[in-house]
Design a protein around this ligand. Structure first.
Ligand code: ADP
Length: 411
């Protein structure tokens, strides 16, 4: 494989590391540099709100690759190094410390930053966010039995932190503006189902936003829009992220809530690529929604590696993510809302079931609640666009794995 003489990957999260891995898999022999702003060996983020926060796994258990892997793969890993400017026409990346990196191609895998509360007092040190391993270590040290924890936002991060904290014996209050977080993704019924679990497990749920944060001893008092106030020793804000777009805009790239990229993750500049939280793929009818999930970053890293080498990217798969709360895993693939109908497979009363979305005789999305065994098959059905009726999907006598295997056989 030919390709650029030097590639710089900016951002050492999962998209960046997977891209490096895949470049070597695809036979790229040139210089390869991975820049990471954090000091920690590149790590997986999903455990930070789950097993890592519970103390069940430590930093070695979340490393994306073993420490020796980078040298073996001839990946020049520069940690604690911030890329400050990308000058594609000169083939250079300027960094915070040390010499500029030569770059024939650059992958922007810069991720995002947690959104802040943006209310008076919201910058109090007891008001924290959870994005990095340093954030998670600091939070873990504070989640002791009896500690009053305020969680703001009941989306993916907030729900997992609330579940973990209450499991560690903390007194948790979850403040969420919506009565049904994740409704746009899960639909009304499933969003309700998932949100109700908090109350059952002893989390106090308050429907409101935070209007102000006041000091209260070592901790804070959250003043809410419904007039209530909640005293907290520590607050975790999980109200989404903002993609880190500075390098992209500085390089003059086309940006629309994310770096616009094609199927090979090439941006509007032929030498610049983007993947992960920062990237936004073009679809047939305009830009697709930006994907913030782990699996999207893996797929983006792979596609970008192919794109940088001028190879065809693997066909895109339907978005997929998971979330763990109260010992229950939620997995979602494809689109659950939108036109069509949904069917249940299994009894929600049992706590273990699938919800499947059917449109025009095809399964276009599904959610599995505490039912992991069928998800691989369902993802295949969704990706292959297999013709399958709602009644067939609902019938537990039908083996979805067999259906998926049949779908893979050439006709
Ligand atoms: P994250 O990845 O950080 O969990 P999500 O987008 O999944 O982000 O969820 C964010 C949640 O935060 C949404 O359910 C939204 O309704 C809620 N939210 C946003 N702003 C506020 C706010 N100021 N106060 C309380 N909840 C908020």
């Amino acid at each position: 494989v030919t390709g650029p003489g030097a590639i710089v990957v900016v951002g050492a999260g999962v998209a960046g590391v997977i891209a490096c891995d895949q470049l070597r898999v695809l036979g790229y022999q040139g210089r390869l540099t991975l820049l990471g702003a954090e000091d920690a060996l590149p790590y997986e983020r999903p455990p930070l709100s789950k097993d890592f926060l519970q103390g069940r796994v430590g930093t070695p258990g979340i490393a994306l690759r073993a420490a020796g892997w980078y040298a073996e793969q001839r990946v020049e890993l520069r940690l604690g190094t911030v890329a400050e400017r990308v000058v594609p026409n000169e083939g250079r990346v300027l960094v915070s410390a040390g010499p500029a990196e030569p770059a024939d191609a650059v992958l922007l895998a810069t991720g995002g930053r947690p959104r802040r509360l943006g209310v008076p007092g919201g910058d109090h040190p007891a008001v924290t966010v959870l994005r990095t391993v340093a954030d998670a270590e600091a939070l873990r040290a504070r989640l002791l039995p009896g500690v009053r924890v305020g969680v703001v936002g009941g989306g993916l991060i907030g729900a997992e932190v609330a579940a973990t904290a209450v499991g560690l014996g903390c007194a948790v209050t979850l403040v969420e503006t919506s009565g049904r977080p994740l409704e746009r993704v899960l639909g009304r019924w499933l969003a309700d189902h998932m949100h109700r679990a908090h109350g059952r497990h002893g989390v106090r749920v308050v429907r409101a936003a935070v209007s102000e944060v006041g000091p209260d001893g070592e901790g804070v008092r959250l003043h809410l829009t419904n007039g209530q106030a909640v005293a907290c020793d520590v607050v975790v804000v999980g109200v989404g992220i903002e993609p880190s777009l500075e390098l992209a805009t500085g390089a003059g790239l086309a940006v629309d809530g994310g770096v616009l990229v094609d199927a090979g993750h090439r941006s509007s500049h032929p030498r610049l690529f983007a993947a992960g939280d920062v990237a936004r793929r073009q679809g047939p009818d305009g830009p697709l929604p930006r994907v913030e999930h782990w699996d999207g970053a893996v797929a983006g890293g792979r596609a970008a590696a192919a794109g940088m080498l001028g190879l065809a990217p693997p066909p895109p798969r339907a978005p997929w993510f998971w979330s763990d709360r109260y010992g229950v895993r939620l997995e979602v693939v494809g689109e659950l809302t939108g036109p069509g109908r949904t069917v249940l497979r299994g009894d929600p009363g049992s706590g273990s079931f699938l919800l499947l979305a059917v449109r025009d005789g095809r399964c276009v999305g599904a959610a599995a609640v505490d039912r992991p065994g069928e998800m691989t098959a369902v993802r295949r059905l969704v990706d292959a666009g297999v013709q399958v009726g709602a009644n067939t999907l609902a019938d537990e006598a039908v083996d979805l794995r067999a259906l998926a295997r049949a779908a893979r056989r050439p006709a």
